[in-house]
Design a protein around this ligand. Structure first.
Ligand SMILES: [Zn+2]
Ligand SMILES: [Zn+2]
Length: 177
């Protein structure tokens, strides 16, 4: 700032003198109206527009990708835990497939909320066998039922791995864009 900078007045508060300008649109803004961003001070309008750019997912993206995640995660939960501890390798592959298929549907559009929804859908889809097993396990308490306990652990491992891989694949790729 030089001494002879002409006085500016905030666009939102015409009585407040300021030296700040939004570094995107150049509007003079007072410290109250300025939002600190990684690239400098910006006015609220510009920050809002920026956020809209990052939320470009459409309603049908939610529909297609949530159905995809629930169905695939459910199918995986029926098949993969039967492979025993191979689930440690197979569940991350399943999560990757779910995330990649969802990305084909949603293309370049993106949204943090959409990624979170897909992740929750993946977790929900993997749940029915766990619930069924839990129910069976509760009913059979009293009898030694070690194998169904092991199966339960494998199923929980599947849920955890498929869900975290799906989330990581979706958001991790997003960071690179
Ligand atoms: Zn601005
Ligand atoms: Zn202001």
């Amino acid at each position: 700032m030089t001494e002879d900078t002409p006085s500016l007045y905030c666009v939102n508060h015409p009585n407040i003198e300021t030296h700040l300008r939004c570094n995107n649109c150049g509007k003079p803004i007072c410290p109250k109206c300025a939002v600190a961003t990684p690239t400098g001070y910006r006015c609220k309008d510009c920050v809002q527009n920026q956020q809209k750019l990052f939320e470009t997912a459409q309603w049908f993206d939610y529909l297609t990708s949530i159905i995809t995640a629930v169905v695939l995660s459910f199918l995986g939960s029926l098949i993969l835990p039967r492979m025993g501890f191979f689930v440690l390798i197979l569940a991350p592959i399943a999560g990757t497939i779910i995330a990649e298929i969802c990305r084909i549907f949603i293309r370049k559009r993106r949204s943090k909320r959409l990624y979170q929804s897909i992740t929750i859908a993946t977790a929900l889809g993997s749940f029915p066998p766990i619930l069924a097993n839990l129910l069976g396990f509760t009913l059979s308490i009293g009898q030694a039922n070690f194998s169904s306990l092991v199966f339960l652990i494998v199923e929980v491992a599947y849920t955890f791995l498929v869900t975290s891989t799906t989330y990581y694949r979706l958001t991790g790729l997003n960071l690179k864009l």
